[in-house]
Design a binder for this molecule. Structure first.
Ligand code: ATP
Length: 225
């Protein structure tokens, strides 16, 4: 069975808090491919300033280039208007011939899944892999998700491997890796303040940010190092 992971987000910019848990998921679920899917216009971030898609896509391409089975899909920019994850995922499953699709999201996103458009369809379309964010986990997380989802939820330890799920319904896996406490908001704020982000993004992404003077809003760019 071809297992494909899909990881959606704004990635503004991509950082190690995305990459480290993504690698843990890749190793645990033994995906044949892991596809990063930058959002063109996420419905929950409408009206918020966002770096152009081309830059976010380019940074993802740089961040994933040294991983053999990591890909970046431009699918969201090919469509117009707000895009909903459930529709994108359906298209991607066909495009990548995923016999088993896994959708990755951080635990903060999962805690809000009940607010996502057609979330019931989404959880019937793909298995979910919930990445550990230190802001919400454990009992607090379970209390926030729709009660109907709880019987499908199980916790998995990184690296141990996960057998093909039994039964027709899709599973929700909480991946208990060490949290990597960084967010893109935090990075953008540090750059605005002229602080370094060297240790939080791959070096190629750091160089790209400096070269293109992203996120600085008039302050002196951080040293390209
Ligand atoms: P922002 O701070 O701009 O909201 P973000 O850092 O949360 O951005 P997104 O691009 O919005 O990043 O996130 C894409 C997905 O990655 C989301 O499901 C989010 O929960 C997850 N994610 C982001 N950062 C981490 C992290 N440090 N650990 C685990 N998951 C993460």
């Amino acid at each position: 069975m071809k297992r494909v992971g899909f990881f959606g987000g704004t990635f503004d910019p991509v950082h190690l808090g995305h990459l480290v848990p993504a690698v843990r998921a890749f190793e645990t679920f033994r995906f044949d491919a892991l596809v990063f899917v930058p959002a063109a216009q996420p419905p929950h971030k409408l009206g918020e300033p966002m770096t152009p898609f081309s830059h976010r896509f380019a940074m993802l391409a740089l961040a994933t280039q040294s991983y053999d089975h990591f890909l970046v899909s431009p699918i969201e920019v090919e469509r117009t208007g707000p895009t909903y994850t459930v529709d994108t995922l359906r298209l991607l499953q066909g495009r990548f011939a995923a016999e088993q699709a896994f959708f990755l999201m951080g635990s903060d996103s999962f805690s809000q899944i009940g607010t996502w458009s057609r979330w019931e369809e989404l959880v019937d379309l793909a298995h979910l892999v919930v990445l550990h964010r230190d802001t919400v986990w454990g009992e607090e997380l379970l209390a926030k998700v729709p009660a109907s989802l709880r019987p499908r939820i199980c916790t998995v330890e990184p690296f141990l491997g996960v057998a093909d799920p039994e039964g027709a319904s899709h599973s929700i896996y909480l991946l208990a890796h060490e949290p990597f406490p960084v967010s893109a908001t935090h990075l953008r704020e540090r750059l605005r303040l002229g602080l370094t982000i060297h240790e939080l993004v791959p070096p190629e992404v750091h160089r790209y940010i400096v070269k293109n003077r992203l996120y600085h809003q008039g302050s002196e760019p951080d040293d390209a190092g």
